[in-house]
Design a protein around this ligand. Structure first.
Ligand SMILES: Cc1cc2nc3c(=O)[nH]c(=O)nc-3n(C[C@H](O)[C@H](O)[C@H](O)COP(=O)(O)OP(=O)(O)OC[C@H]3O[C@@H](n4cnc5c(N)ncnc54)[C@H](O)[C@@H]3O)c2cc1C
Length: 323
């Protein structure tokens, strides 16, 4: 790890000016991903700015209209354990509660979770100058690609790793960002960016911006579920995630949002799966039709065809858990 200066910001404005003073400086929330980057020489910042104690950015509130206001510095454990989130936005609580391990969830912030960089081993190894580090090649093609994408790949094939991002997209969350041009709000669905325009970025955050708030609309009248499959129950990343948010009238699906995680460079909304169940009775046949819909367009690489079956199984299982 290279030497760097450490600074602690007490306001968003201070965090931004500390970063502007020394270009290349990085913000640290829980520091789980930042520390990995420092240790592997993936970033060599002149200054690391601790934002963990910024006032008001850890709060979680259920508003009068049933929507959620979540400070991006709230830990995954806090979001997972919050009774209001559990009651109204179950899939989000479960996604945060299943990530990583108890130790990590107690430190990692939800903001850092959605902004973490991909787990691709070529990206994570200093010696590979891959597309995500300004190189010319995605080594997953023709390389070891069992954890990579089956949807939306190219030119980079690294999967989006965030658990929390999957239900946030499904619930129609928005992110508030504060930077030099002021405050802006972006829908989670538009925030995550495929690698086509810029393979080095997974999202729309500007170099001078701080994520200051996450808003999740009310889910009154909706039910939701999050299911994840991973090789180990803890200290591991998902192979496939599924978040489903449904509006049911009796047993009939009136509205559906189904989002897949860890299978695409962004949280992947599966409209074919949604179309397969809207207007139908939520039963085994509908869940199976949605599972089949979810894999339309899948383009597995040489070693990750198993993810296609996993998507089918998890979509079916997630929907049946709501039936
Ligand atoms: C063994 C292991 C297993 C894991 N398993 C999972 C898993 O199953 N699912 C999963 O989703 N994740 C998993 N993770 C990843 C982990 O959850 C993330 O690294 C963590 O959530 C990042 O949060 P943080 O607060 O530590 O972010 P940091 O490391 O502090 O920051 C991450 C990035 O976000 C930026 N950042 C953070 N906050 C802000 C902000 N408010 N504004 C602007 N930029 C900001 C930082 O500059 C940095 O670029 C795992 C990690 C490990 C080590």
């Amino acid at each position: 790890m290279n030497r760097f200066e450490f600074a602690r910001a007490t306001s968003v404005a201070e965090a931004r000016s500390l970063r502007a003073e020394k270009p290349g400086s990085v913000l640290k929330a829980g520091g789980i991903d930042v520390l990995d980057h420092l240790k592997e020489h993936l970033v060599e910042p002149p200054r690391v700015i601790d934002i963990k104690s910024l006032p008001g950015m850890k709060d979680i509130a259920v508003e009068a209209d049933g929507s959620l206001r979540i400070g991006p510095l709230a830990t995954l454990a806090q979001v997972a354990a919050h009774p209001g989130v559990q009651k109204s936005h179950r899939a989000l609580a479960d996604a945060c509660g299943e990530a990583a391990s108890p130790q990590i969830r107690n430190v990692a912030s939800i903001g850092g979770n959605v902004l973490q960089r991909p787990r691709c081993w070529y990206y994570r190894l200093e010696s590979y100058k891959c597309l995500k580090k300004g190189g010319a090649v995605c080594y997953a093609i023709g390389g070891e690609n069992r954890y990579h994408v089956i949807f939306g790949g190219g030119p980079s094939y690294a999967a989006h790793p965030s658990n929390a991002a999957v239900p946030l997209v499904a619930f129609g969350a928005t992110f508030t960002l504060e930077g030099g041009k002021g405050k802006r709000t972006v829908a989670a669905a538009d925030f995550f960016k495929p690698p086509t325009a810029n393979p080095e970025a997974e999202n729309d955050i500007g170099a001078d911006e701080v994520l200051t708030e996450i808003r999740v609309p009310s889910a009154a009248g909706m039910v939701s579920s999050f299911q994840s499959f991973r090789e180990r129950a803890a200290f591991d990343w998902p192979l496939v995630d599924v978040a489903a948010v449904l509006r049911l009238e009796g047993k009939t699906v009136k509205e559906a949002r189904i989002v897949l995680g860890a299978v695409a460079p962004i949280p992947w909304r599966s409209r074919k799966a949604e179309d397969a169940i809207v207007g139908k009775t939520l039963d085994e046949a509908a869940a199976l039709a949605a599972a089949r819909g979810a894999i339309v367009g899948a383009a597995p690489l040489s070693d990750n065809g198993y993810k296609v079956s996993l998507v089918q199984t998890l979509v079916r299982r997630t929907l049946l858990s709501l039936a």
